[in-house]
Design a protein around this ligand. Sequence first.
Ligand SMILES: O=C(O)CCC(=O)C(=O)O
Ligand SMILES: [Fe+2]
Length: 338
Amino acid sequence: MIKNNAALPVLDLSQLLAGGEAKQKFLKELAEAARTIGFFYLTGHGLATRQQDILQLSQQFFALPEHEKLSIQMRNSAHFRGYTKLQGELTQGKPDLREQFDIMREEPAVDLACDDSAWWKLIGPNQWPAAMPSMRSALLEWQENLSEVSVTLLRAFADVLQQPEDIFDATIADAPYTHMKLIRYPGSGDAVRRQGVGAHKDPGYLTIVAQDDQSGLEVLTDDKGWVSAAPIEGAFVVNIGELLELASNGYLRATYHRVVSPQTATERFSCAFFMAAQLNTNVPLLELPEALREEALGPASDPENPLFYQVGDNVLKGRLRSHPDVAAAHYPKFAKAG
Ligand SMILES: O=C(O)CCC(=O)C(=O)O
Ligand SMILES: [Fe+2]
C-alpha cells in the first residue's frame, strides 16, 4: 500500500514551471523544506511513466545471470563504472547489503600527464551489459532527463538563497558531474534490520531518487529521529548534498539518511541520481543576506578550507573510500595511503 508520509513535504514542480504566484508558493515551500529537513518529495515532473520503465529495466538487469553482471564489474573500471555485488560497497567502513550498477557521463577517458590530478581518471566510458542492448540509450536518456530537473532545481535554490538565478551556472558550464546507480536491496531474510546502505550524507549538489513501492529509505530529522521516506507513486525523493550545504553556509541542509533492508524475502529497487558541480571547479561560499544567515540550521562553512570545495578531489576521495577494490586495482598510491 502506497501511503504519504507527513514527515516529508511534497512539492509540485509544475508550480515552479508555471511561474507567477504558483512559482512563489513553490519557492517558499522549497526554502522551508531545504532549510529544515533537506529532503522532499517531488511530483509534477512529467517523468512518472519513464520512472516505471527505468525501475523495470533495473529488475531485468539484476535478474541477469551472475556471470553476465560480473563481466562488467566495477573493479574492471578505473572510472568507477559498472556492477558491484552484494556487500561490495562500504559506508562508514561497513558493507552495504545491496547490489548496484553505476554509470556516469559517457565520455572518452582522458590522457593523463604524470602531474595531472588523479581525479581526471574518474572521467571515462561506462560499462554496459551485452545481454541488454537497450540499456545504454535508456539510461543515458534518463540521466539527461534528471540532469534537466536538477539544473531547474539548482536555479530555484539560487532564488531561495536570494542570489542571481544563474549563480551556480559557472560551476556546471562544461557539464555538471552526474552519477547514477541502479540499486537492488534483497530481503535480509531474518529479523535483524540490516544495513542496506549505512547512514550518510550525499556529497554533491543534490540527489534525485526514484523508488519502487517498497519502503526502506529513512531520513534523520531533528525532532522525530529516523522517519520513513515511504514511496509516493510517481514522486521522486530529492535531497540536498554537502556541496550545496557548504555553498549556502548551512542554509540548505545535507541530511543523514540510510536504507534499511526489507526484512522478509521482499526486495526493493531504486535508482539514485547524484548531481555535483563539474570536477574541475571550486564551489563558492555565497554571501547570504543577514536574515537568511540567522535562519540557517546547518553547520557553518569554514572559509579557511578551500580544499574542501575542490570538487574533483572530493568526489575521488568518496569513491575510493566506498570501493576499496577499485582503489587497490587502479589507484594503488591512494589505496596504500588510505
Ligand atoms: O536507495 C535509496 O533509496 C537511496 C540510496 C542512497 O541514499 C545513496 O545511494 O546515496
Ligand atoms: Fe544517499
